[in-house]
Ligand binder design. Structure first.
Ligand SMILES: *[C@@H]1O[C@H](CO)[C@@H](O)[C@H](O)[C@H]1NC(C)=O
Length: 308
């Protein structure tokens, strides 16, 4: 269609419609008519240009559409083929690229065993701070600090007063027995200070806040003497209070805590699985690509999957 339109509006086509210029004109009107004639030529030229551009636009729109369609079906095909094994999560350690990955959390044989409760330097109490992620970092670092100090770690207390005002305790969110048992080789963890020890303590635990990113030396110089003197020290607002420059074995311990020892409790795991399952079903039935939006309303996390 564009081509026919362009033909009709071509210079020949236009000159056929417009009155002939200059030949039969009376001399006195020559200038005026010549100007009008030129103007008409200019107009017809710009019409021509416009039409050409229009035609080009149509052509590129058309080819663009085809290209987009091709691209779309290619992506869709790729996604479909990926989805075949979608419900059976692959174990990356057994995948064909497994030899390119290596675990970072296994303890090396020479990493000495945890100091037993009866021989430890005292009890380390931790009050974490911030949102759950931040608190998780705090818990991870608390284990490492207890290790540095040869202290017995008391299961950390979660933050009930921060922005979230969440009154969940450690045991509501994390599997506390698993936490204690899985770390038993590295750090002794107890649920609370034994009553006998509590009764024998002359003063309540010493409470302090250490600076952000403190080094192991800081803990050994500033916290250890207090721990030895008072038998129990509580570190408050405990988030990012340990430096990232640690020796490899301690970094590995961090990984063990974060990736192996902190497991969510059953109810949380169940609701998580349910959500993922629903999102997968909804998205595979009704839309592609599936989209997930999450939002917070007060304390609730809302998730919407599938937008179209
Ligand atoms: C912790 O215990 C180990 C082994 O018993 C010892 O070598 C190390 O010096 C102790 N560290 C502290 C800070 O007590």
């Amino acid at each position: 269609m564009a081509v026919t339109m362009a033909k009709q509006l071509s210079p020949q086509g236009l000159s056929g419609v417009s009155p002939p210029c200059s030949a039969f004109l009376v001399p006195e009107k020559w200038l005026r008519t010549a100007w009008a004639c030129q103007r008409r030529r200019a107009i017809s030229r710009s019409v021509l240009c416009g039409v050409m551009l229009f035609a080009l636009g149509l052509v590129s729109l058309f080819t663009g559409q085809i290209a987009a369609d091709l691209e779309w079906s290619r992506i869709r095909g790729r996604w479909r083929s990926k989805r075949v094994g979608y419900n059976t999560p692959t174990d990356i350690w057994k995948s064909e690229f497994a030899n390119l990955y290596h675990g970072c959390s296994d303890r090396t044989p020479h990493f000495r065993d945890a100091v037993h409760d009866s021989e430890s330097n005292g009890y380390l109490l931790i009050a974490t701070s911030g949102g759950l992620n931040q608190q998780r970092t705090g818990i991870t670092d608390a284990v490492v600090v207890a290790r540095i100090l040869n202290a017995t770690l008391v299961v950390p207390e979660l933050d009930h007063h921060s922005f979230w005002k969440d009154d969940s305790d450690f045991a509501d969110i994390f599997d506390v027995d698993w936490f204690i048992n899985s770390l038993s080789k590295d750090v002794t963890v107890v649920k609370r200070i034994p009553d006998k020890v509590m009764r024998s303590m002359e003063k309540p635990p010493y409470t302090m806040r250490v600076p952000r990113k403190s080094t192991p030396e800081y803990y050994l110089e500033q916290v250890l003497p207090l721990l030895l003197r008072r038998r129990a020290v509580q570190l408050t607002k405990f988030d990012y209070r340990l430096t990232n420059k640690l020796d490899e074995e301690l970094q590995k311990l961090r990984c063990r805590v974060n990736y192996h020892s902190l497991r969510f409790t059953k109810p949380i795991k169940l609701i998580g699985r349910k959500l993922v399952k629903r999102m997968r079903t909804m998205s595979s039935l009704h839309c592609y690509p599936f989209e997930v939006f999450s939002f917070f309303v007060g304390n609730l996390l809302g998730i919407i999957s599938c937008s179209s």
